[in-house]
Design a protein around this ligand. Structure first.
Ligand SMILES: [Zn+2]
Length: 183
């Protein structure tokens, strides 16, 4: 089985990867989301096809939107990575670690879609002032809300209907993250 969004092959060895990032977990007989990018099972394919975009036909605005999406997801991935190191509660730490991997996966999807050769070097953000798990969770929620808002707004501006579908799928993933960090 393959994920139509990130292209990863899902099998008995990896179906439970990043499971802390999901409210309902995959089981070997019931795979309900991609363990790598998080999209729901409606985006998984038994016939191993992935959603293709015509990146050579992207207009300038679409490329700008994708470039920004790469950065947004990289910043969020970096935030979760730092937050995982800072978190005191072990469960919160594991959730942040899993979310970090999923957001980095999203940034790689955008990088591939946009045909961008390498990941941008982002300035390091300090999260020193977020010194409790609840402060980190609150910031996480804001970041997820921002990501949902971004995909929902810009899916309507990209000039490729398959890219619209990918943005809609990722908005769904970030929506689940909002619920997850509220708990
Ligand atoms: Zn995926």
């Amino acid at each position: 089985m393959k994920c139509r969004i990130c292209g990863m092959e899902i099998n008995e060895r990896n179906f439970n990867f990043n499971e802390e990032a999901f409210i309902n977990k995959n089981s070997i007989d019931n795979i309900i989301h991609c363990p790598f990018c998080g999209v729901g099972k409606e985006y998984l394919s038994e016939s191993n096809e992935i959603i293709a975009v015509q990146s050579d036909l992207f207009d300038e605005n679409t490329l700008k939107i994708l470039d920004h999406a790469v950065k947004l997801e990289l910043f969020n991935g970096d935030f979760y990575n730092t937050a995982a190191m800072k978190a005191k509660n072990d469960k919160v730490k594991k959730v942040f670690e899993a979310l970090s991997k999923i957001e980095i996966c999203h940034s790689k999807i955008h990088q591939r879609l946009g045909g961008f050769i390498k990941a941008p070097n982002l300035s390091k953000v300090s999260y020193d002032s977020y010194d409790s798990d609840s402060a980190l969770l609150q910031l996480a929620k804001q970041k997820e809300e921002h990501a949902v808002g971004y995909y929902e707004k810009y899916k309507n501006q990209v000039n490729d209907s398959n890219l619209f579908e990918i943005f809609a799928a990722l908005a769904g993933v970030e929506k689940e993250h909002i619920i997850l960090v509220e708990e």
